[in-house]
Design a protein around this ligand. Sequence first.
Ligand code: HEM
Length: 390
Amino acid sequence: MLGGTVFTVLGPDVIVEAMKSPAGVMEFHDANMELFEMEYCFRDKNIPKKLPIQAVRGPFTRNVPLLLKRMEKEYERVFTEALGTNMAISDMRDTLMKMLVHCKSRQCSEFISLFPIKSLGYLLAPLVVDLKRHHRTLDSILIPEIQRRQKAAKVPGFVPPMDLLQFICELRKDNDELGKPEELVKSVNFMIFASIFDTLFHTTHFFYDIAGLPGMRARMYEEQQQIIAKHGTDFTKEALQDMTYMDACLRETLRLHTNATSTVRMAMREVTFANGLSIPARRLCFVHSRAANRCANTYEAADDYLPERISATPGMRASTTGPGYVTFGMGRTACPGRVFIVSVIKSLAAWTLRHYDFATKSGTRPKSSVQQFGDYLPTPEPILFELRNA
Ligand code: HEM
């Protein structure tokens, strides 16, 4: 029970069945509508239930190497700024936030401050002011920029910018018209909802895994030397594909370090699972991702961080979903941004390893603990950097 609402938590024995249920039985989009205060989040009671996933699946994923070229400049700028003269970063999550989200205020990436949960209504009031501020910021930056691009697109020879905003601007509605700036801002807001919090959360875990596990870090660096010898320094599709050890490590990070639950489903009618569990229609369900990812029936030594178990299985990549790996969801609604974000996290880790040797101050991986707003993140510890080939 949460704020007077009854929820069911789905465990590993029913998760696959629930996530692979046909449309209209266990729904992802209806569950989100029910869970979050959509009116406050998006200034619209009738917000479309679905995110603009075509913009992510198609052009965003196809253009990964070009997008990474732009991000590389950000990696360099933010690292140089964050390291300063003492070559240490005391809060990795904040630095990643500046790099990946272009944002300095922690509050702008706290999930609850952006997307309040409906059944916790009494906690909502203080957030309304924050949400209005976020909306004003989005409007003031994006509306003029969308108008500028729409005008420029009418001029022959217009070269569209290579970013998600442009892909969203180019999406056509059912009536084949382009969206109005105010509608497009809502789509951007929706995309922030889907991506920012998870991206920061998992990248923070990955950096602490690399910084706290010296053997793994050395092997990853060695792999980078081989990649550069074969592909040069660009993050091409082939180079990213060949980073098999890093991919296996990232998959272990994504498998082991999840919050207890990372997605939801709603029963659209009374549902009885194969194990006899029955839930009533309209019941909101949390998927216990952590239990599925650490299930002893799927993995030997399920709680241990063992990238070797993945490198030994061809075709098993950090973006491949499966019964023992539901960090990106599963089935019809599995995260459409997963190929893109796995490439971003790998390129960022590779770029950092190529430029710096780095380790936590204690030389070990800090234990995760519950942080503000209930996120299970590494207990903050400084990471010390040393420039390579200085
Ligand atoms: C490590 C980072 C990320 C994680 C762990 C993650 C995880 C997830 C999960 C668990 C879902 C729900 C899937 C389900 O229940 O079946 C989801 C949906 C979604 N994600 Fe991601 N995500 C990440 C990054 C991103 C990024 C970077 C984007 C966009 C660029 C994105 C776009 C979306 C969208 C649009 C949906 C909704 C899909 C739909 O409506 O069918 N995600 N994600």
